[in-house]
Design a protein around this ligand. Structure first.
Ligand code: ATP
Length: 488
């Protein structure tokens, strides 16, 4: 219950899930690398999402678009002009902050002190000022509320200025204004610009979706909370193209579908909640976040947005290429085909890294157990990752009880028999108890022990991570047994 983020960060590093980027050079802020267990867990999450989208839905197909796109893409999407964070510097501490985050933190502080009404007023004021792009007003709020202001002393702030979050680089083959190219800040636009290519080549009929997993980049100034907010991260996005006027129906459908999926991968209902956006982005007519309760509070893991025809209409205007679909279904009111229109879009957008962090936080379990009997009885804390077996980096570890009597060879034979179906490993060092502990720490659901009896009757014990119970079974049953548990 009292798991803190620092426990998760330490665990993630120690057991090969997540390392700070270029750590030998003291790291790079808000950039992280995935280690041997981390990459397996992340791949498993991505694969489950991919399957949930493109395999379980006959009307959703995938693409893999490039990170670099024509610069006009970002003009059309609104990112060049509008993808900004309001920044402010404190001249005393010489530290840079996001003005909106300072104000949100202050509101959270007020709410914590019991002044919910005051918190609401502050947030509403901020929303109004940001919408009106009244940056001087935002600065004044920070001053009026004495944010970060020592009791006796000054709080000396610079002006608030808009800072674009896109990373840009030179090197485009395009001349002039368009010479600057960007690292994509979201994967969605790669889907929009390919809307007609996909619709035609895969002969899709509206309603249909396009799914994509890929890297996105944002120059986040406030880098906090480990892999929750990174500068290079991965998104799993799906744009669902629909007939105008049907958006609320699809919005609600995807909202429920995605909520259920998060529960299926192991995030419990009571740790998930919906958070409707009060302030809608320029492209949306409805938006909701699915939030998970991290050790640092409820935070967004996925956004579901009704994006209207904003993106396709914008691309149509800037590219001068029609982004229309001919719908030959009959409109029951007129009895005629719906005809040509620019489809509306409902999007589901989840961060693979945030989902990874939520999964890790949820799986991290500390329990008090009693071991041994009589005089030898002792209580200790057992730490293990209670991952859904489908997500576990290693599905089963095989332990020859001792390194002799044919047991290592038997373990090797089991490995070879099952390695095409599951990711396994053989562990022959240390006492069995220690080996169990090591597997618990990385969330391996099964440990298979090869012992003296195995050499006689080809049975093994299977030890279960969560219950620590052991079952004896024939080697020949392992494939089905593990297969059933790890299926999703
Ligand atoms: P936030 O408000 O936390 O910055 P956002 O609303 O800007 O997020 P979207 O643009 O809706 O996020 O992106 C969709 C998803 O991408 C988010 O739900 C989140 O899981 C993920 N995501 C966005 N920014 C980051 C980031 N900097 N690091 C990791 N994941 C991110």
């Amino acid at each position: 219950e009292n798991t803190q983020l620092k426990d998760i960060v330490a665990h993630a590093k120690e057991y090969g899930f997540v390392f700070p980027s270029s750590e030998i050079y003291d790291g790079l802020a808000a950039v992280y690398d995935y280690g041997p267990n981390g990459v397996e867990l992340k791949n498993n999450l991505k694969q489950l999402w991919w399957r949930a989208m493109t395999q379980l839905n006959a009307n959703v197909v995938g693409i893999d678009a490039a990170i670099f796109m024509h610069p006009l893409t970002w003009k059309a999407s609104g990112h060049v002009d509008g993808f900004n964070d309001p920044l402010i510097d404190n001249l005393d501490s010489k530290k840079r902050y996001r003005a909106d985050v300072l104000i949100e933190d202050k509101a959270a502080e007020l709410a914590k002190q019991g002044d919910q009404a005051g918190a609401d007023i502050l947030l509403a004021d901020m929303g109004r000022l940001l919408t009106a792009e009244d940056l001087a007003g935002v600065r004044q709020l920070i001053i009026d509320y004495k944010i970060m202001c020592p009791v006796s002393g000054t709080c000396n702030w610079t002006d608030v200025r808009q800072f674009n979050l896109m990373y840009s680089t030179q090197g485009s083959a395009v001349e002039g204004d368009a010479a600057q190219i960007y690292l994509r800040p979201e994967t969605a636009q790669g889907i929009f610009v390919n809307f007609l290519n996909v619709q035609k080549s895969a002969r899709m009929k509206v309603p249909f979706g396009i799914a994509q997993i890929g890297k996105a980049f944002r120059n986040e100034i406030v880098a906090r909370q480990f892999i929750f907010r990174m500068r290079e991260f991965e998104q799993m996005e799906m744009q669902f193209f629909i007939r105008p006027g049907t958006e609320m129906e699809w919005y609600n459908k995807w909202k429920e579908t995605r909520h259920r999926w998060h529960q299926a991968v192991g995030l419990p209902t009571d740790k998930l909640r919906f958070h409707d956006h009060d302030k809608l982005a320029h492209y949306a007519n409805a938006a909701v976040d699915i939030e998970y309760e991290f050790p640092f509070g409820f935070k967004e893991i996925e956004g579901i947005h009704s994006r209207t025809d904003f993106d396709l209409t914008q691309h149509q205007a800037l590219s001068r290429k029609k982004q229309q679909y001919f719908d030959n279904d009959l409109d029951p009111e007129t009895g005629k085909p719906y005809g040509n229109y620019v489809p509306y879009v409902v999007e589901t957008s989840v961060g693979a890294d945030r989902l990874f962090l939520a999964t890790l936080c949820q799986a991290y379990t500390e329990e008090t157990i009693t071991e041994g009997e009589g005089e030898k009885e002792q209580t200790k804390t057992r730490t293990f990752l209670k991952l859904h077996p489908a997500l576990a980096p290693v599905k089963a570890a095989i332990f020859p009880l001792v390194k002799k009597d044919g047991m290592p060879e038997k373990a090797q034979a089991i490995f070879e028999e099952l390695r095409h179906d599951f990711r396994l490993l053989i562990e022959d060092k240390d006492a069995i108890g220690k080996r169990y502990t090591r597997q618990d720490l990385i969330g391996t659901p099964f440990c298979i022990v090869v012992d003296g009896q195995t050499m006689e009757d080809d049975t093994v014990t299977v030890r279960h991570r969560d219950s620590r119970e052991q079952t004896r079974m024939p080697i020949a049953e392992l494939r089905n047994y593990i297969g059933e548990a790890v299926s999703f």
